[in-house]
Design a protein around this ligand. Sequence first.
Ligand SMILES: O=c1ccn([C@@H]2O[C@H](COP(=O)(O)O)[C@@H](O)[C@H]2O)c(=O)[nH]1
Length: 270
Amino acid sequence: MTANELYSNILAKKSYLCVGLDTDIRRIPAHLRREPDPVAAFNRQIIEATADYAVAYKPNIAFYEAQGPRGWESLQRTLEYIPRACFTIADAKRGDIGNTSGLYARTFFDPASSGLDFDAVTVAPYMGRDSVEPFLEFPDKWVILLALTSNVGSSDFQQLPVRTEKLYENVIRTSQTWAGADRMMYVVGATRADELAHIRTLIPDHFLLVPGVGAQGGSLAEVSRYGFNSQCGLLVNASRSILYASSGTDFAQKAAGEARTLQQEMAGYL
Ligand SMILES: O=c1ccn([C@@H]2O[C@H](COP(=O)(O)O)[C@@H](O)[C@H]2O)c(=O)[nH]1
């Protein structure tokens, strides 16, 4: 999916919501646990309930890997349920020496190899250019580089001074020589909204994936105020606040309500 196509979808749905599919088998409503694939059954209902309000879906790969081979099957089924017009992100935070990154890239981008065909994968930048390039060899696919993450520990390294700038600023500046705004996005946590205006001066044209609204307490209003660019430029993720809005048989209905509330707020900002 191109940036223009993503922007068209954002305008059509009046939404820049990404629903995070952090589906924890231990939190799936009891009545679904009798299904042959409870995770896929849960995700299917979540996707059907939220598809009118979301432009992207982001399965966090940890929740699937933790289930072993069954988890990979659930992930593959889940991808099949996501409407084609929606942008799909494998939140895997990968990156290794180039030879190994190439295999990670095939995992998420090469359906003939793995059965998975995501639009984007999150990548940790700290092994440098050659650890990221193998992902960029897949045409029409996106790398979403971790820049300034939403967790408290992001200050441990990402904010450290490197010569005249912070480490995360250096990551953003250096990585722009690897690919442009048509292939690369950056993760900036919603809990870091105070730095978004500055980040926009470094990368005015790039899309940002912004997790941290909902369960982590980030402000959609602030993210939107400081993070917008001329093509929206934001995908704001919420996972637990949508998935687990109810633990009962009405979970999909309640998830739809949460997604709709976020979408309506977004419509007001667009
Ligand atoms: O900086 C980051 C990078 C990734 N995440 C991921 O996003 C979701 C957030 O889930 P919530 O339930 O909405 O808090 C989750 O998959 C994280 O691993 C992030 O939160 N912050």
